[in-house]
Ligand binder design. Sequence first.
Ligand SMILES: Nc1ccn([C@H]2C[C@H](O)[C@@H](COP(=O)(O)OP(=O)(O)OP(=O)(O)O)O2)c(=O)n1
Length: 158
Amino acid sequence: MIRCCVFCDLGIPTENNHGPARDSTTEFRFSSSPTMEDIRRLQAQFTAERDWNQFHQPRNLLLALVGEVGEVAELFQWKGEVAEGLPGWTPSQREALSHELSDVLIYLLELAEKCHVDLPQAALAKMELNAKKYPAGRVQGSAKKYTEYSTEDGEQGH
Ligand SMILES: Nc1ccn([C@H]2C[C@H](O)[C@@H](COP(=O)(O)OP(=O)(O)OP(=O)(O)O)O2)c(=O)n1
């Protein structure tokens, strides 16, 4: 059997091995794969193949994550506010951003794994909590923190 790449072995389509992942004329959205679990598994494989689990404890992963968030911030610093879609950014600036955001995601998922947090489920549960804390009808158009809503607004601050 001819092997293409690790992504094909795992049944994960990518732009490189299966053509464009999305139609650029439609509203922006992510590709349906890889899933968070796919990325967790690939990073676990990458780490194990290098005998790096000895370094990838939760605290080290947290520090690595924060470092990568800093690298994302560096790409935005001194630019002023930037509009959605990053108009005016060069292809190489966009590529740098996609690399740094990916580093953040990879370390975040490995940190969650090493802390035994099932992140897709945890994120969904947290979004349900967020929706209860910020009922759309009550907070419409306001960016106030939930603690700033008084009982007169009809919402009890915590
Ligand atoms: N001990 C390590 C080192 C790297 N990586 C992986 C996860 C990240 O996705 C990426 C981070 O690599 P670098 O530390 O080389 O950081 P950058 O890719 O951001 O390079 P640079 O800092 O030069 O921008 O590689 C990892 O899992 N464990």
